[in-house]
Write a new protein. Structure first.
Length: 458
């Protein structure tokens, strides 16, 4: 059905660079005539909200990521009603967010609601489309970290507005297509999880029992290690690694500038991330998360192999093998549960001293090399399947982005196709978040979460 969509019969120039030509019969309306600003304060008992780029505006206590709560001056926070739109004047790369709950949010946000409720569904799709996000960038003032959106100027910009029945058809078609795409992506996510589980089982067996199923086992003498091959040595992390935490070198101003330009990869507590910090290394090392919550939940990689020149922040332990195979030792540390060594309640972490005391059962270097080679060959089909599923999911996301852009700006005509759509049937279970297949968390989704209302007002 989607492949049969064609452009409208006739177009006219919109006069808006980000929008281009629009179908004849569509109106162009100034933003300020379609939206009204809500600046209602004095509701301290309402739940706190968080603005995210993948889930919209949701209750903070339901948000998956850990955030800093601003509990002072709640009466100064803005009221958001369900269905409102929220725009951060400092973090707008994801467009204007849709509020799924009523609550209160930082006064650093602008809260908007449609003057005509009938435009709500169409505007919700338009505000998250790529062309409209590009439009937001045209109304930015300031430089770099000081950039904000000039809402007064944005309010004068024009938005496309199809006739009422056509708006309904666009929304219906996009809702239908989005549900199908999310189902496909959820299926890819489940496939990736299954293949990863199989891969990890193969790796775990190899690095804790070796490759010979007939080898005799013996008690390790360490309860949590259980039985190990009788010829393996019981050691500790401190015997197998040098810890380089203490030799972090602060960056010069020049190096900080290079970091901002992403001249090298930057490693955080669990993976490659995109944030400026303090230390530069040039080596082949293992990085292990200090974050106790991550170590317990295991929701992100715990051990990362870093090669060459890279930056690393102070929330990752830096380990250099003394003699062993880097990949084998990484597999081994990744297979452990670190719960017994994590300390702290408010901010649980795995300290250097506790990490270095962890027991390990290790074979000689030659056997480590054979195990790594075997794992590579045995898991290659699984790794290929995982990469393919991730790639297919990414293609689906990109296709959805293009579809939304083409429909809300009138580049494709869905009027006939929308009439032929079947009635929607509720899913038997909630659909997975389509972004959840991506690596890592939703970093950068929130703005002003650590800002108190009083500070934001200043």
């Amino acid at each position: 059905m989607i492949r049969t969509l064609k452009p409208y019969p006739a177009y006219e120039n919109s006069g808006e660079p980000w929008l281009g030509p629009v179908p004849q019969g569509w109106e162009l309306r100034r933003t300020k005539t379609l939206l009204r600003e809500r600046s209602d304060k004095g509701h301290p008992d309402e739940p706190l909200l968080a603005a995210t780029q993948t889930k919209g505006v949701v209750r903070k206590d339901e948000y998956e990521n850990r955030t800093v709560l601003a509990l002072k001056d709640l009466h100064l926070l803005k009221l958001v009603r369900e269905g409102d739109f929220v725009i951060s004047l400092r973090s707008f790369q994801g467009g204007i967010e849709y509020a799924r709950h009523q609550g209160i949010i930082s006064p650093a946000y602008t809260v908007l609601y449609p003057s005509d409720p009938e435009t709500h569904g169409y505007l919700a799709w338009l505000f998250k489309s790529r062309p409209y996000i590009e439009n937001l960038s045209l109304h930015v003032t300031g430089i770099r970290q000081g950039q904000t959106i000039d809402y007064e100027r944005l309010g004068r910009s024009q938005l496309p507005m199809p006739p009422y029945e056509e708006r309904d058809q666009i929304v219906r078609f996009l809702d239908h297509s989005d549900r199908r795409i999310r189902r496909y992506i959820a299926a890819k996510k489940k496939l990736v999880a299954l293949l990863n589980e199989q891969k990890q089982a193969i790796i775990h067996r190899a690095v804790t029992r070796g490759l010979d199923p007939t080898v005799r086992l013996r008690p390790a003498g360490v309860e949590w290690l259980g039985e190990v091959p009788e010829h393996w040595v019981i050691s500790r992390v401190k015997n197998e690694f040098k810890c380089l935490n203490s030799i972090r070198v602060p960056l010069s101003a020049t190096e900080r500038g290079a970091m901002t330009a992403r001249a090298y990869d930057y490693y955080g507590a669990s993976s490659v991330i995109d944030r400026v910090d303090n230390f530069l290394f040039d080596d082949e090392l293992l990085l292990l998360a200090e974050d106790g919550a991550n170590l317990v939940l295991r929701n992100l990689p715990l051990v990362v192999i870093a090669r060459g020149k890279f930056w690393v922040n102070n929330h990752a332990h830096i380990l250099k093998p003394r003699r062993g195979n880097l990949e084998f030792l990484a597999y081994l540390l990744e297979s452990y549960r670190y719960d017994p060594w994590i300390s702290g309640a408010a901010q649980p972490k795995l300290t250097k001293d506790r990490l270095m005391s962890v027991a390990m059962a290790v074979p000689k270097r030659a056997e480590q090399d054979r195990i790594v080679d075997w794992i590579a060959a045995e898991t290659e089909p699984l790794s290929t399947g995982i990469s393919q599923a991730r790639h297919e999911a990414e293609l689906l996301r990109e296709w959805r982005v293009r579809l939304v852009a083409d429909l809300v700006t009138g580049k494709l005509d869905v009027r006939e196709a929308a009439v032929e759509l079947p009635d929607e049937v509720e899913d038997p279970e909630p659909l997975d978040d389509p972004e959840a297949l991506a690596e890592g968390d939703e970093s950068g989704d929130e703005a002003d979460l650590g800002t108190t209302a009083g500070e934001a007002e200043a």
